[in-house]
Design a protein around this ligand. Sequence first.
Ligand code: MN
Length: 229
Amino acid sequence: MSFVFDPPGIPSLPIHASDARFPMHRIYCIGRNYAEHAKEMGSEPTSRENPVFFMKPADAIVPEGGDIPYPSATRDLHHEVEMVVALGKGGRDIDAGHALDCVFGYGVGLDLTRRDLQAAMKAKGLPWDVAKGFDHSAPVSALHTVEEMGHPQHARLTLTVNGEPRQDSDIGEMIFPVAEIIAELSKLFELKPGDLVFTGTPAGVGPLRRGDRLHAELQGIARLEGRIV
Ligand code: MN
């Protein structure tokens, strides 16, 4: 018996206005980071003491959107539009006051979710991995560097599906702002250059079907087009 190994290489994201690419390490996500979304899910907003974190595999990334295959084993694929933070520096126990120094750039992405599986896992108190960490579950736009655009405190975050508005909020509504997410994550993991952080979704999540066309936007900063196939 012999095996032929063909390593897939490191996933990467394009960098806006550059020929370089951003090589990826991990994808971290925070849950329940907008109060109105936590309410629509029947949950309490994330408490200041206990942020909810989960991960996706790095190769779940779909760079710059494009075609997103409808995943197996679900009848209720949901969209969650989120601001995505890309880290150019890492560390452990990073102070919130210095955490933004770690940020390389920003983009917009979708934390795609098998909502039916998530509901079943939640009901049994089981991990969310199969609901969140599936193949192609993380479409992300090109990254826009801090040099280009600074650190946004407020920006409209929207998603339309087939031209119809679904999600529309502002990143200023986040319960844990970016610096605090990085500080909290760095208590749990040694963060590394190449890490991406999904910063949570506002209200208005809902189902996607094959053929749907998505347009996600972090206004004035990043945009992402995609299609469910
Ligand atoms: Mn999410």
